[in-house]
Ligand binder design. Structure first.
Ligand code: DQA
Length: 144
């Protein structure tokens, strides 16, 4: 069963953007880490990143019928996007919410997540290792 890893806006700027919050690892290195883990565990993984809300909605819709689990870090859209939350509900694919930083310890505007209530888990504050933890959580479920 295929797993889709989705990253939202500004995650392509990893390694450049606020390293004191998001670390020094760049986006390519994050992708490599996920791909290496997928190879080790024999998982089919697609990684997708976009800075555009509608593109993220399109990608989630395209997953319908093709993907068994989603790992998603919607970036700032976590806190604003009903459209992304609706798309995840529409396709009804189990998903894990990931944040590199611990958003609970940050600004008030980051305390809302429109995708959290329907996620099978939320992983945050583990840096880029959070994506691996999210994959493990998805694999632990019987749908895979
Ligand atoms: C983030 C946290 C969000 O609040 C922020 O807008 C991001 C990244 C994280 O991974 O910690 O872009 O999702």
């Amino acid at each position: 069963m295929k797993i889709l890893v989705i990253n939202g806006p500004n995650l392509n700027m990893l390694g450049i953007r606020q390293p004191e919050i998001y670390g020094n690892e760049n986006y390519e290195s994050l992708c490599r880490k996920i791909e290496d883990y997928g190879r080790e565990k024999n998982l089919e993984i697609e990684i997708y990143q976009s800075n555009h809300e509608g593109d993220l909605v399109d990608k989630i819709q395209e997953a319908y019928g093709n993907v068994g689990g989603i790992v998603i870090n919607p970036g700032a859209y976590t806190h604003t996007s009903i459209a992304i939350a609706d798309a995840l509900s529409a396709v009804n694919i189990p998903y894990v919410e990931v944040h590199i930083s611990d958003v609970t310890k940050r600004e008030n505007f980051r305390q809302i997540s429109y995708i959290r209530d329907k996620a099978i888990a939320t992983v945050m504050g583990l840096g880029t290792n959070g994506y691996i933890k999210a994959l493990k959580i998805l694999m632990g479920d019987n749908f895979l």
